[in-house]
Design a protein around this ligand. Structure first.
Ligand SMILES: Nc1ncnc2c1ncn2[C@@H]1O[C@H](COP(=O)(O)OP(=O)(O)OP(=O)(O)O)[C@@H](O)[C@H]1O
Length: 326
C-alpha cells in the first residue's frame, strides 16, 4: 500500500478546565493512531463529547496536540515550513457541520469558493472564475450562483457551497465533520451522494466524522469507534457494522438501525449516562454502561486485541480466558 497522506500516532489533547473550584485535566482525545491513504475514507464515530471534533481540529492543524504527532506525507506537521504549511492547506480541506456559520454572509459565493485557490500561485482571474463555475456545477448548483450571497440559499445548498469551496483547490483529503447532521433528513442523502461521487471521481481521501454509524457505514472503508476520547474498536466498515466486537459498537449500531416493529429489542442497550470526561471510569471506560461487564473491567483497561472480524477492539471479552463468558 502507498504511504499515507495523513497519519497520526499517539494523538492526545488535554484541556485544562475549571471544575468544582479547581483546575483539572480533561482528556478530550487520548492515544489515537490512524493512517489515511489516497482514495480511502476513514470514518470516526462516537457519541457527542467523545473527542471527534478535537481530533479533527488537530488533524487539520487548527489545534496543537498535547502529545503525539500528526504527519503530512510522512513529515511531522509541527516541522513544516511556510511552503509545507501552504501545501498542507491546499491538500487538506475541511467541511464543517454548520454551513450557516462556516460561510461568511458578507462575501459572494464566488469569492468564498475562490478563497482556497489563493494558495495556488499564478492563477489568472479567468482560471479562478472557471474553476469556481466548475465546482459549483460539480455540486449541482449553477455557475451564476457565484454572484449571489449565502443567505439566498437553503441549508442544503449552503452545505453544497461549502463542499464546492473544499474541492476548489483539488485537495487530496477532505475532512468532513458531521457534514449532514445539521441538514433535514430529505437533504442528507443528496449531500452524501454528492460526496460519494466526488470521492469516486477524484480519488479523494476523506476523514468522515459522525455520531451516526449508519451514515459512516455508507461513506467509509475503515472505521474507528471512539468512546471518551479513546478508540475502542476499529476495522472495515463492513466488519464493524455487521460483526461488531465491542459492546459499545453494538449499542451504537442498534441506535443507528431504523426501528423494526418485528425485531427483538436491541441486544445490548447501553446502561446509564455517558460519564463525565473530567471523571472517567477506572479500568475499561465503558464498564459503567456495559451490560456484559466483568469484575476485571472495573480495574484494568483492556488492550486493543484482534477481533474475529479482522479488526481490533479494546474489550476484556476478547481475551482468551473470557471466551466462556462471551
Ligand atoms: N476548548 C476546550 N476547552 C475545554 N474542553 C473542551 C474544549 N473543546 C472540547 N472540550 C471537551 O472535550 C471533550 C471532547 O469534545 P469534542 O467536541 O471533541 O467531542 P465531539 O465528539 O466532537 O462532540 P460533539 O459532537 O458534541 O461536538 C468534551 O468533553 C468537551 O467538553
Amino acid at each position: 500500500m502507498s504511504d499515507p497522506i495523513l497519519s497520526a500516532e499517539g494523538l492526545t489533547r488535554i484541556f485544562r478546565v475549571r471544575h468544582k473550584e479547581r483546575m483539572q485535566d480533561l482528556h478530550a482525545v487520548a492515544g489515537v493512531d490512524l493512517a489515511l491513504h489516497a482514495g480511502q475514507t476513514l470514518g470516526i464515530v462516537g457519541e457527542s463529547g467523545c473527542g471527534k471534533t478535537t481530533l479533527n481540529r488537530m488533524l487539520l492543524m487548527l489545534d496543537q496536540p498535547s502529545a503525539g504527532t500528526v504527519r503530512f506525507r510522512g513529515r511531522p506537521c509541527n516541522t513544516l515550513d511556510a511552503a509545507g504549511k501552504r501545501a498542507f492547506r491546499r491538500a487538506v480541506q475541511p467541511v464543517f457541520q454548520n454551513p450557516f456559520s462556516s460561510l461568511d454572509p458578507r462575501m459572494r459565493v464566488g469569492r468564498i469558493i475562490a478563497e482556497p485557490l489563493s494558495t495556488i500561485p499564478g492563477l489568472s482571474r479567468a482560471e479562478i472564475d472557471s474553476r469556481v463555475a466548475e465546482v459549483l456545477e460539480a455540486v449541482g448548483l449553477r455557475a451564476t450562483d457565484a454572484r449571489r450571497f449565502p443567505n439566498e440559499f437553503s441549508g442544503g445548498q449552503r452545505q453544497r457551497i461549502a463542499i464546492a469551496r473544499a474541492i476548489a483547490s483539488r485537495p487530496e483529503v477532505l475532512m468532513l465533520d458531521e457534514p449532514v447532521s445539521s441538514q433535514d433528513i430529505s437533504i442528507r442523502a443528496q449531500i452524501l451522494n454528492i460526496l460519494k461521487d466526488l470521492q469516486e471521481e477524484n480519488g479523494l481521501a476523506c476523514v468522515f466524522i459522525s455520531h451516526d454509524l449508519a451514515t459512516v457505514r455508507f461513506m467509509a472503508d475503515e472505521v474507528i469507534v471512539m468512546y471518551l476520547g479513546r478508540p475502542v474498536e476499529r476495522g472495515t466498515a463492513e466488519a464493524i457494522c455487521t460483526r461488531p466486537a465491542h459492546p459499545y459498537t453494538k449499542a451504537l449500531l442498534a441506535a443507528a438501525l431504523p426501528p423494526d416493529p418485528d425485531a427483538a429489542p436491541p441486544e445490548l442497550p447501553p446502561q446509564g449516562e455517558l460519564p463525565s470526561p473530567l471523571d472517567p471510569p477506572q479500568g475499561c471506560p465503558y464498564h459503567t454502561r456495559c451490560p456484559l461487564r466483568m469484575e476485571i473491567c472495573a480495574s484494568h483497561r483492556p488492550a486493543m486485541l484482534a477481533a474475529s472480524h479482522g479488526g481490533v477492539a479494546a474489550c476484556h471479552l476478547l481475551e482468551p480466558e473470557a471466551a466462556h463468558v462471551a
